[in-house]
Write a protein that binds this ligand. Structure first.
Ligand code: BGP
Length: 473
């Protein structure tokens, strides 16, 4: 018998401003941390992306037609405040009002992220999440948005604080591309938890009647074997990637065991503990008690084994299967079991990891009322057939298979008690990927980037049926 989702389960599509909008130099938009970084790298450009800045209505029309009820979009901070603070750019403000009006026209509810990896350049240069000015300006930007966009009823403070900090200061895949700086990673993590909390508390004080949450990258971590060394390596990796955030944002405190694991990582690397104080922890606790929802981004799981060498990370940014390496001094080494299937980008396909992370939130972090899966999906190498016509449907059986398995795991978690309210596929349409450019496609809708023409994928038909019947077939 097929599994079912609850009748009021929301079906959605996800996006992020820098990955879909394009138009990075249009209508007074300010520069962000990625502009210089990508120009210097010379591998790919954030323009045109999916040209959502001009084609949002076309995408929302498709979304509505294919059963999408909710959508994740982010506001590009530098479209509103080109310099991060100070002068407001009215054309940026007008764009988002138009976008939200179009969502309403298409009966799609926007869940709006305030920061999705796109720090304005000036603030990035001051130290990004490590700079007090950045934190102050982000709070001011958030309050501005709450007042300016009352049509938005669902806000997300920060997308994936962990992956931002880890990729900026541990693996070096995001600008400023530093490696092995666990001290900066944890400080940036704490600073994001703190400013997220201040924003949640400010939003609740404004009493605007909407909901506010945060989105975490939560990749489930398992020990490679039952050995004590592998189990401990998994616990350390989990503290780095999941646990500090979950503790801070969902429990409102850092548990002693979490702090001990973090200190162990920092000691092994001769780096100091991150700074936090009682006043900050009171703010964090207050926010955790009034947070409406947590968003879970889960794509893959990790297996860790004991490792005592130097740090070495190699990112598979091209889809050359088997090229990624992650060995972190003071933590452990990633090693997937042979029987776990992987994508071309070495991401494991492991739906049980989705079930387990949803249950962990349900079991260990009971304060948070609602859970959404805010990102999940599979990146594939897809191309347009040579003889394509405007009616061509792109065949993507691997995506349908992936979605079936992950939705089934979500249905199991709901049956086991997790309050999962909805699901946002990554991604609504094909988009630009931060470290993989245009070759890793995730969308329900294929975008031919040179012409910007959209083609429907078979997975969109599957998604529509699920949205209508709530039966996973
Ligand atoms: C998440 C981000 C998204 C998106 C996604 C896919 O971490 O929130 O912005 O990029 O991952 O990742 P990638 O583009 O690296 O395949």
């Amino acid at each position: 018998m097929s599994k079912t989702l609850p009748k009021d389960f929301l079906m959605g599509g996800a996006s992020a401003a820098y990955q879909v909008e394009g138009a990075t130099k249009e209508d007074g938009k300010g520069r962000v941390l990625w502009d210089d970084f990508l120009e210097k790298q010379g591998r790919f450009s954030p323009d045109p992306a999916a040209d959502f800045y001009h084609r949002y209505d076309e995408d929302l029309t498709l979304a509505e037609e294919y059963g999408v009820q909710v959508i994740r979009v982010s506001i590009a901070w530098s479209r509103i405040f080109p310099d991060g603070a100070g002068k407001v750019e009215p054309r940026g403000v007008a764009y988002y009002h138009k976008l939200f009006a179009a969502c309403a026209k298409h009966h799609i509810v926007p869940y709006v992220t305030l920061h999705h990896f796109d720090t304005p350049e000036r603030l990035h240069e001051l130290g990004d999440w490590l700079s007090q000015e950045m934190l102050d300006d982000f709070l001011a930007f958030a309050k501005y948005c709450f007042k300016e966009f009352p049509e938005v009823k669902y806000w997300i403070t920060i997308n994936e604080p962990t992956s931002m900090a880890v990729q900026q200061y541990t693996s070096g895949t995001f600008p400023p591309a530093e490696k092995g700086r666990f001290d900066k990673t944890f400080q940036a993590e704490h600073n994001q938890i703190l400013i997220h909390s201040k924003i949640v508390n400010a939003y609740k004080d404004m009493d605007l009647g909407g909901e506010i949450g945060i989105v975490h990258a939560l990749q489930t971590v398992y020990p490679y074997s039952d050995s004590a060394g592998d189990k401990h390596a998994a616990a350390l990796q989990d503290a780095l990637e999941n646990r500090l955030y979950l503790d801070g944002t969902l429990a409102g405190e850092y548990h002693k065991e979490t702090l001990d694991l973090i200190k162990e990582i920092l000691d092994a690397n001769d780096q100091p503990m991150f700074k936090y104080n009682d006043e900050e922890m009171a703010e964090i606790s207050k926010a955790a008690h009034q947070l409406n929802f947590v968003g879970v981004n889960n794509y893959f799981s990790k297996w860790l084994r004991e490792y005592n060498g130097a740090s070495e990370t190699i990112h598979n940014g091209t889809g050359a299967k088997g090229t990624s390496v992650s060995r972190l001094h003071g933590i452990g080494e990633e090693k997937k079991p042979d029987d776990v299937e992987t994508t071309d980008w070495d991401w494991s396909i492991y739906p049980k990891g989705m079930h387990d992370i949803l249950m962990r939130i349900h079991d260990d972090y009971p304060l948070v009322p609602d859970i959404y899966v805010t990102e999940n999906g599979i990146g594939l190498k897809e191309s347009l057939p040579k003889d394509a016509t405007s009616d061509t449907v792109i065949d993507d059986p691997k995506r349908i298979d992936y979605l079936k398995k992950y939705f089934s795991a979500i249905a199991d978690a709901i049956n086991d008690g997790a309050n999962v309210k909805g699901y946002f596929i990554w991604s609504l349409q094909d988009q630009f990927s931060w470290t993989n450019g245009y070759s890793k496609r995730y969308g329900l809708f294929f975008v031919d980037f040179p012409t910007q023409k959209r083609y429907v994928k078979k997975s969109a038909y599957w998604f529509k049926k699920l949205s209508e019947t709530h039966e996973i077939e």
